[in-house]
Design a protein around this ligand. Structure first.
Ligand SMILES: Nc1ncnc2c1ncn2[C@@H]1O[C@H](COP(=O)(O)OP(=O)(O)OP(=O)(O)O)[C@@H](O)[C@H]1O
Ligand SMILES: [Mg+2]
Length: 252
């Protein structure tokens, strides 16, 4: 593993009963890369994100984050790794109902280090939510809640940001605010992994991983990706991509 690698997954599977939600995935994610993950509903996107985000461990296979084995860690250790290095943005916002926008951000600071009201306020300003700091989640629109969720994810300056359908509930204007933020993070060197159903959002990434029935059916690299990281050796074959397009990928 070279210093440019953030995640390295080898033969990673996550099985639920007789369903392989993720099936023998090999994937390298580079430092500073913006990676999009796409695929039909039930194809394993969230399952993969949960493993990257230290919220789940694979049934088999190895997962390295900055060279450290994640698949062998217990929940406590995973929580510490997550807190220190990873910012999570969920489709369902998971804001604490009875806390204001500002307090929701400060809870994340508390788990990382020390709550700092000025810093939390600045994070809300950054997502255009400074004037809503004292509002409760129920007093905010979906787009506003998502922006608070993003402020919370970014408060500890994580080196990796994982976003599962971050724009799924947003109108065009809010979607643009989120994408502008992602571009800024990317320019600053943050590694971004974004799950999306939206082709426009997916196209913002440097590379797209296409999942189908838990398998990586195809990997599409942009010129920008190749310039930055060279061509991946793990790109799956055209026949797998064709099978995915035909809807005849591996059955689970
Ligand atoms: N906790 C669980 N228990 C049992 N099966 C699960 C569990 N989580 C996911 N699955 C199954 O694993 C498969 C992949 O699920 P996953 O949530 O990763 O899909 P997804 O690509 O994120 O879909 P969506 O686009 O709808 O969010 C699905 O068949 C799902 O039913
Ligand atoms: Mg999902």
């Amino acid at each position: 593993m070279d210093s440019q690698t953030v995640y390295s997954l080898t033969g990673v599977s996550r099985v639920y009963g007789d369903v392989a939600a993720l099936n023998n995935a090999d994937l390298t994610i580079h430092k500073g890369e913006w990676l999009s993950i796409v695929g039909p509903s039930g194809s394993g996107k969230t399952t993969l994100m949960n493993i990257l985000g230290c919220m789940d461990t694979p049934t088999s296979g190895t997962v390295l984050l900055d060279g450290e084995r994640l698949d062998r860690q217990g929940e406590r250790e995973l929580a510490i790794i997550r807190r220190r290095r990873i910012g999570l943005i969920f489709q369902k916002f998971h804001l604490i109902k009875h806390l204001t926008a500002l307090e929701n951000v400060m809870v994340a600071q508390y788990y990382h280090s020390m709550p700092d009201e000025g810093e939390a306020h600045a994070a809300l300003e950054r997502v255009g939510m400074g004037s809503r700091a004292t509002h409760l989640p129920r007093e905010m629109s979906g787009g506003e809640q998502q922006r608070v969720c993003i402020a919370r994810a970014l408060i500890n300056s994580p080196s990796v940001v994982l976003a599962d359908e971050p724009t799924g509930n947003l109108d065009e204007a809010n979607e643009q605010i989120v994408l502008d933020l992602f571009h800024r993070l990317h320019d600053e060197g943050t590694t971004l992994v974004v799950v999306t159903h939206d082709a426009m959002v997916a196209s913002q990434g440097q590379r797209q991983v296409i999942l189908n029935h838990g398998r990586i059916a195809d990997v599409v690299e942009t010129e920008d990706y190749v310039r930055a990281f060279g061509t991946s050796t793990a790109v799956s074959t055209g026949s797998a991509a064709a099978a995915a397009a035909d809807g005849e990928g591996e059955s689970r």
